[in-house]
Design a protein around this ligand. Structure first.
Ligand code: GCU
Length: 717
């Protein structure tokens, strides 16, 4: 009988293990499966004999649940909760509230870590060998617990453990471009996570998992709704729903923020104007802030897209962006809220290179913004293109706190069917040297506030999440969410180290999986740049939905939404002259950077056609002509996707079949679309260059007209 029961239990465990493996990516990087390497498992089981969390506030309760789930999963219930001090105990708690920890003498280490940093050490307390996870505040303990679990998930050594970590940037936010009808602007992973209709009464369990995932990578805020905002979000009906989400996220140290529509006082407030200097309008926002904070005492603040792409704003009343931002900042200030005012502004009525307009608008306002205002700047001067130089506003406004906004959702990078690891893109921008206060003035140092000594700092990522079972559509798109969070916490991490962590936690700790997958991820963004818009080309995608190639887009109601505006191809050459001979956008950069981009000898190939209009026969560093080089880049990009397929196919059997097949199918789409991009672009540019394709490259079989006639009326947008 006993054997029968045991056999039954064994079968049950096996079948649930199988079911978990086939969870379709839902568990993200928080899988907590039993550690598969027997030696590692044994060494962890010996080192960790139990755990204890001191304190029971909501954040520590969340940390407790996580530690328990994590350890039970990774080690198989061998480390139970314990309330006695013993060898191998993992003890977590805030330093000040856990007298037991005082014996570990960690006060010095904790000194400069702020409320979110943590310490993880192995040490001895009254003769017992223990692992201590501690912090100045509850949030730090939560982050420490997640980090400790990450060490186990990635199979790191636990001896010696002497870790100190704290976030360099204060506000680390996701921006959801989610609409109230649950569609997601530029969302490629299903519908919005927020089930507005059923809120506030029905709380999906995935809201908790969303919060856990974010907390595990240090994200501490979320803007719930689209920057193209609907004013209804500020009505009592919706604020109650927002409050319900805030309650779920609070134990994970995540604050909620809202995008507001500048005309809300008119749209929902019955006022005639939304002029930021109007007394009634100012009063309306003050009252609204009070109403919000009564419901959500830790509400984070507002994100604002104003006077951009048709959105209302202070300029409708002849006021400046600073007037608008400061009015909202004044309303939020008594409650500790912030305003994140977007610098993504451009206007086709202004006859000036679009790339220059945000700088022209915001540079003169430096010093005019209130203390609780951050200006949120996209990573590049146009719009999240596969590659852009860093935005010239970085470094140009020393008196203004600048946030950087990245796009995690792949609007211009193949939606959710292309494997493009963005860790390298994020790093390229963060590490870019603006020279604003001399060499070493990187974008990262401007964003974290250290360069100009700002006390508030922030970073935002436009989220790629949705109701798809795996959250992000493509399994590898999870890595972009992950990388964003990890870099928001510590921009000094390398893209490669982050990729490796993610692979270990998501796919496998087997080196024969890690190495090839990491290599593939690290090259993936450059490959995509090559098959989409090499050598600094940009904004040549499909009209409206932005799906696929369409360098032929012209004659639309806005010039700056056409492709020809950006590539300027003609019989003499291709590229946008942004030197002093052209739009002089280079002049917005500090002299060393401007000089580098201006001189053809020093302008990196990556930005060549961003800054220069060059003849088709221009001699490249490679010795090829520009025309030949362009063709070669397109072909190399597409060929690299075939290589990715080979790499992936060789992994069958080494990772779970479900994930294997999913990625395999996605790579097939990517290959097809890479060839589509390549052929359409090469044929189109050939119609200007009038030069033959390099003989060694296989000619496209279809005509340019074929590509121009493709239409995708229901592509997501
Ligand atoms: C892009 C994108 C829009 C979005 C805008 C923004 O232009 O295509 O959908 O609203 O950026 O960032 O505001």
């Amino acid at each position: 009988m006993k054997t029968l029961i045991l056999a039954f239990i064994f079968l049950f465990v096996l079948s649930t293990a199988h079911a978990l493996r086939a969870e379709g990516g839902y568990r993200l990087w928080l899988k907590y499966d039993l550690i598969s390497n027997p030696q590692k498992l044994q060494s962890y089981q010996q080192a960790i004999r139990g755990w204890m969390i001191i304190g029971d506030c909501p954040i520590l309760t969340a940390a407790k649940k996580e530690l328990q789930t994590g350890l039970e999963g990774l080690l198989g219930s061998t480390a139970p909760f314990s309330d006695e001090l013993k060898n191998g105990l993992v003890i977590a708690g805030t330093y000040k509230d856990a007298p037991l920890l005082a014996k570990a003498n960690l006060g010095d280490k904790l000194k400069n870590l702020g409320p979110e940093g943590f310490v993880i050490v192995n040490t001895t307390i009254t003769d017992k060998k223990v692992i201590v996870i501690t912090a100045n505040a509850d949030a730090g303990v939560l982050y420490g617990v997640f980090h400790f679990l990450r060490l186990l998930q990635t199979q790191q050594n636990l001896e010696p453990l002497d870790l100190v970590s704290f976030p360099k940037i204060r506000l680390r936010l996701l921006n959801h471009w989610d609409n109230l009808d649950r569609t997601v602007e530029r969302g490629y992973a299903g519908f919005s996570l927020w089930d507005w209709h059923k809120l506030p009464d029905y709380i999906h369990s995935y809201y908790h998992d969303y919060a856990r995932a974010n907390a595990s990578i240090g994200i501490n805020g979320t803007v719930l709704n689209n920057v193209n905002a609907n004013a209804l979000i500020l009505t009592p009906l919706y604020l109650e729903k927002v409050a319900a989400l805030a309650e779920v996220f609070r134990p994970y140290n995540i604050k909620v923020y809202l995008s507001i529509r500048f005309s809300a006082p008119i749209d929902i407030g019955g006022l005639k104007v939304s002029d930021p200097l109007d007394k009634q309008v100012r009063q309306w926002w003050k009252a609204k802030a009070g109403e919000i904070y009564a419901l959500i005492p830790d509400f984070g603040g507002f994100l604002v897209k104003a006077n951009s792409e048709g959105q209302p704003g202070p300029q409708n009343y002849g006021r400046t962006h600073a007037d608008g931002a400061n009015m909202l900042a004044d309303a939020l200030q008594p409650f500790g809220g912030v305003v994140m005012w977007r610098a993504f502004v451009y206007d086709d009525n202004i006859k000036e290179d679009r790339a220059k307009q945000a700088y022209n608008e915001f540079k003169p306002l430096d010093g005019a913004f209130g203390e609780n205002v951050l200006v949120q700047v996209k990573n590049g001067p146009i719009d999240f293109q596969p590659r852009e130089p860093f935005h010239p506003l970085f470094g140009a406004t020393p008196k203004t706190s600048l946030m950087v906004e990245f796009q995690i959702t792949q609007e211009y990078l193949g939606f959710s069917t292309h494997l493009v690891y963005l860790g390298t893109l994020f790093k390229e921008v963060l590490d870019a040297d603006t020279y604003a206060r001399g060499a070493g003035s990187t974008v990262a140092k401007i964003v974290d506030g250290s360069l100009d000594k700002h006390t508030i700092s922030g970073i935002a990522g436009v989220a790629n999440t949705g109701t798809d079972r795996n959250w992000t559509g493509h399994l590898f798109a999870q890595a972009n969410w992950y990388a964003f969070g990890r870099l928001a916490w510590d921009h000094q991490l390398t893209a490669e180290a982050i990729a490796e962590e993610w692979i270990r936690m998501t796919l496998s700790n087997d080196p024969t999986v890690i190495q090839p997958v990491k290599k593939m991820m690290m090259a993936s963004r450059e490959n995509t740049v090559n098959y989409m818009s090499p050598l600094g080309l940009h904004h040549i995608m499909g009209w409206g939905h932005h799906y696929g190639p369409a360098p032929w887009i012209k004659d639309k109601h806005r010039d700056d939404w056409t492709s020809v505006y950006y590539h300027k191809a003609d019989s003499s050459g291709v590229g946008f002259d942004r030197t002093a001979r052209g739009s002089n956008a280079v002049s917005q950069y500090c002299p060393p950077v401007a000089k580098k981009f201006t001189a053809l000898e020093t302008c990196p190939d990556e930005y060549l056609l961003w800054f220069h209009h060059l003849s088709w026969d221009y001699k490249m560093r490679s010795g090829k002509t520009l025309w030949e080089e362009l063709c070669h880049r397109y072909y190399a990009g597409a060929a690299a996707v075939q290589e990715m397929q080979n790499t992936w196919n060789a992994l069958q059997g080494k990772i779970d079949e479900d994930s294997f097949r999913h990625v395999q199918a996605m790579l097939k789409i990517q290959e097809k679309e890479a060839v589509w991009w390549r052929n359409a672009c090469v044929l189109y540019f050939q119609s200007f260059s009038r030069r033959p394709m390099p003989a060694e490259l296989e000619k496209p079989q279809k005509s340019l007209q074929y590509y121009q006639e493709l239409s995708f009326p229901f592509a997501p947008k």
